[in-house]
Every structure is written in C-alpha cells, then in structure tokens.
Design a protein around this ligand. Structure first.
Ligand code: NAD
Length: 491
C-alpha cells in the first residue's frame, strides 16, 4: 500500500512537496481553496517529472496517485504526513491546525514549511501540539535535499526521528536545528547576505546583475560544494582554520558591514531594484527561468554525484538504497533464470542529457551501455576488488544502433546477453528500452587485461567460470537481430 501525504496549501512550496512525495511513490492529496492553484501544482509536478527521476543513477519507485481534494478533511484523513504550506501568517496557520487536527490521524506528522515561525509559536493553542513540527524546505523542494527540522520540548523525540527517517526516504537531508530561533539557520544566513546586497544597490556600488555575478561566478560555486567553513579552511592554508581566523579575524572588527542596519525599502529603492532586475532577467519568463534553474541544478548535482560530495553524497546514498529494491541482480546467484538476458540497468534520463534536438544525446546511449557493461563485469566477479587487484576488462569495439528517441525523466532499462565469453573475450549485447519501446542496441567486445602490463591476459578461473556459465546459458536464446552488423552502407 502506498503511503499517503496530504499537502495543505498548493503554492510554490506546497507544489514542490507534492511533486517530491508523488515521484517517490507516495499517494498525494492536495487541498488549496484557490482554484488557480491546481494548474500551478500540475505545472510544477510536470517540471519535477523532467528533473527528479534522472537526478540519480537508479530508478525511482513507481509514481503514486495525485488526488485533488475539495475539503481539507478529505485530504488529511488517513494521511501519514501532512505538510502545511499556506501563507506565512501565524494566526492563519494556528486556526488551520485546529480544524485540520479534528480530522487528522493522531499519530500523523503535521509539518509546517514556515520560513520564520518556531514550533512553539505554531503549536500555540493546539490540543495536540506534540504532532506539529517545522520542516522548512528550499525551492525547488523536489530537487534541493536540505530540510530544516525544528522541534519544541512538546515534540516526542521518536516523532522527530520518524520525521527525519521519512524525509530521508524521499531523498532529503534533514538538518536537526538545535534550538528554536526565528528563521531557523539558513534564512538567517541568507538574510545577512540579502541585507548587504540591498545596501550595495541602494548606495549605487553594484547593480542586481553585478551582485548576482559576484555570487554565481565566484563564491557561490565554492558554497555549492564546500559551504563556508570548509572553504575558509582551505584559505587558511596548512594552518587550517586557526590560521585563517588569526589572519582574517581582525577584519571583522573593521566597519565593512551594514548588517545591523536595514535600508529603507522606499519607492525609490524598490523602483531601482525592480528596474535593474528587469534589465537583467526581464527577457525571460518565470517559467523559462525555472526550467533553466532546474537544468543547472541537475547538472551541478550530478557532477557532485560523480564526486560523491555534498549534495551528490546524499544522492549516492539514496541510489544505493534504491538499487536494493530493484530487480537488478547484484550477484550471479541472484539471477532468477540464467537462460534469459540479465537486467543490468534501471534508471531515468537526466535533464542534462538532452541535446539541441530535445532528446537524449548520442553519447549518453554509450554511457547507459557503459553502466550495463560495468554491471555485467560485477556479476561475473570482475568487481572493484578484482580491479584493485590489478585485473580488468577493457572495451575494444562498440557498435550502437539508435532506433528511437527519448526525453528527460523517461524510464530507461537495459537487458544484457553474453554472446560469447571464453578466453580473454567478453562479447556483450545490450538492449535499451523505455517501457516497451526498444531505443537502441549496443554490441561491445571487451578484452581481459592485466593492469600492470596493460596487455590482454586470461581472467581468473572464477571470472572465467562465471562468464562461461552465462554464455552457455544464453547460447540457447534465439539469435539477436542486428548482432555483428557494420554501419551497412557501401563506401
Ligand atoms: P504561496 O503564496 O505561493 O502559496 C500559498 C498557498 O496557500 C496559496 O496557493 C494559497 O491559495 C494557499 N492557501 C491560502 N490559505 C489556505 C488555506 N486556508 N488552506 C489551504 N491553502 C491555503 O506561498 P509559498 O511561497 O508556497 O509559501 C508557503 C509557506 O512555505 C510559507 O510558510 C513560507 O514561509 C514557506 N516557505 C516559502 C519558501 C519560498 O521560497 N517561497 C521557501 C521555504 C518555505
């Protein structure tokens, strides 16, 4: 039975939550009294369908069911998780909880997306304050992993732990905030930068575009992968953080900052900022900016995945958990029927794999087949330990037939046949599908090598035996159409 999440408030944040739960296999019920919110939620879920499934290298569970509810009671009844994302007004949230809790399950988690209120403020007049916590996400909620979890003394530790586990299971990285302060941690930091930026525009020192450039061309790139303290540690050189503080600490006493003061947001300043922002980004619609943001985020996060670092480390751990739930055999004795092609890949097309034709670009077909080949190597025992021991397989020839196209977020699966596996040779045949559609075939010849001499060599007896077993079993399959083909045009 899919788990049920209720989303109360379908604005930009509620829609992002709806997408994250839905694409992670939960059934999602949305309640928002504003009729226009439905189209907006659906657009945001469509954007998420392009970006989230391909964020990792492993397929997501099947999507849950989205239900639009006319009443809040309908949405929250039976839900395990209730995410409140209504406008940031304390009284509105408190009043809403009173009605909501009349219909919600007593053990449901009622999490607020609030950017600024503390759990104690939100719990205020509630009869069941213990089920209300803060789960503060970042936009776009379906892509960014961090979520600030804030609890009060009235929340049982087990409930908070359950909340963190639930959020991890949908790919998030909960940060347990150690105390209740207005605006939690992240928005406190952001507000410091925001105030400085407003002063810089007001004083005519820099435009909105120049401030954005100084972030995205400079320290923003560092922040995205090492944050603040780790970056400064490097700046301290061999002496590390202590040296950095000794060197740059005194500058904190200089009157650089205007942090204690806020520029008055009068008509002149608002007009200047709006004008500069229009000049900077007015040629793009908000929808175009959102799509561009998602493409960039997926590219950055997938680069970090390859490096197992920062947000990529969160994704890598999640991929490992998800891989266990798939039908891909991880060891030879897990292959159900040895005489059938072996499932080797289940994933989706990442958003940054598209080309100017709007479909998965040709080099990524080889990347997927490379993933399938790596999986076959592991299955026959040529795994990481084997390679670390000085032996491996190298691909010496590849022939790919591109038969159909595929777009971002679409599911991809590969099954693999061993056409021959004896001596130094491993001859593989991969078939790539999206659902039932055959997208491509890949024929690959690999040679076993000694990594010290970089010359071909015989595999270990165990690898030779495993490969031989699969090859013999696959020899009984009907011949594959297209194997052994060349490009096929006379020169
Ligand atoms: P929003 O204005 O885009 O959306 C609020 C939605 O709530 C609207 O669709 C509105 O129709 C609906 N709503 C109003 N009253 C309601 C009610 N009684 N029942 C159900 N729905 C109701 O706002 P948002 O930006 O999505 O912010 C929502 C919450 O998330 C706020 O608490 C905000 O602080 C927090 N938050 C916002 C961001 C952000 O970047 N926008 C980031 C993190 C957290």
């Amino acid at each position: 039975m899919p788990r049920i999440a209720a989303i109360v408030g379908g604005g930009v944040i509620g829609a992002g939550w709806a997408a994250r739960f839905l694409l992670n296999g939960w059934d999602v019920r949305v309640f928002d009294p504003e009729p226009a919110s439905r189209a907006r939620v659906e657009t945001i879920i469509d954007n998420a369908r392009l970006a989230l499934p391909g964020l990792g290298d492993v397929a997501l569970p099947p999507e849950g069911t989205l239900t639009w509810c006319g009443r809040m009671s309908e949405a929250v009844k039976g839900a395990e998780w209730i995410q409140e994302s209504v406008p940031e007004r304390l009284e509105l949230k408190q009043t809403l909880y009173r009605t909501l809790q009349e219909h919600a399950e007593e053990d449901a988690i009622l999490a607020s997306s609030t950017s600024g209120f503390t759990p104690t403020e939100l719990q205020g007049v509630s009869n069941r304050p213990g089920q209300i916590i803060v789960a503060h996400p970042f936009n776009p909620v379906y892509l960014l992993p961090v979520v600030e979890i804030v609890a009060s003394a009235r929340n049982a530790p087990e409930l908070v732990e359950r909340a963190c586990d639930t959020l991890k299971s949908i790919g998030m990285a909960p940060l347990r905030v150690r105390g209740e302060i207005p605006a939690h941690v992240a928005d406190r930091l952001l507000e410091a930068v925001w105030r400085e930026a407003l002063w810089l525009v007001k004083d005519g020192i820099a435009t909105t575009e120049e401030i954005d450039d100084v972030i995205r061309l400079g320290f923003g790139l560092r922040w995205a992968q090492m944050g603040l303290f780790e970056t400064y540690r490097i700046a301290g050189g061999a002496g590390g953080m202590a040296q950095f503080l000794a060197q740059f600490g005194p500058a904190l006493e200089w009157p650089w900052t205007k942090l204690m003061d806020v520029p008055k947001l009068d008509d002149a300043l608002i007009g200047r900022i709006a004008e500069q922002s229009d000049a900077q980004s007015g040629h793009l619609s908000i929808e175009e900016l959102e799509r561009q943001r998602d493409r960039n985020l997926v590219g950055i996060m997938r680069a970090l995945l390859a490096r197992d670092w920062g947000a990529g480390r969160v994704q890598k751990a999640l991929d490992a958990t998800r891989a266990e739930a798939l039908a891909i055999p991880l060891r030879l004795d897990e292959i159900g029927d040895l005489a059938q092609p072996v499932p080797t890949v289940e994933r989706a097309v990442p958003l940054d794999w598209l080309d100017y034709n709007g479909h998965m670009t040709e080099s990524r077909y080889l990347e997927v087949f490379g993933q399938a080949t790596d999986q076959m190597m592991k299955l026959v025992g040529a795994d990481e330990a084997y390679v670390a021991g000085g032996r491996s397989f190298f691909t010496v020839e590849t022939h790919i037939r591109h038969l159909d196209e595929v777009g971002a977020g679409a599911p991809l699966s590969v099954v693999t046949r061993v056409l021959a596996g004896a001596g130094k040779r491993m001859h593989l045949w991969h078939e790539l599908r999206s659902g039932e559609r055959l997208l491509a075939t890949g024929e690959h010849m690999l040679l076993h090598v000694d990594l010290a001499t970089r010359k071909s060599s015989l595999p270990s007896d165990e690898v030779a035996e495993a490969l031989g077993r699969i090859a013999t079993a696959h020899a009984g399959l009907p011949p594959v159409e297209g194997a052994g083909r060349a490009v096929g045009q006379p020169l």
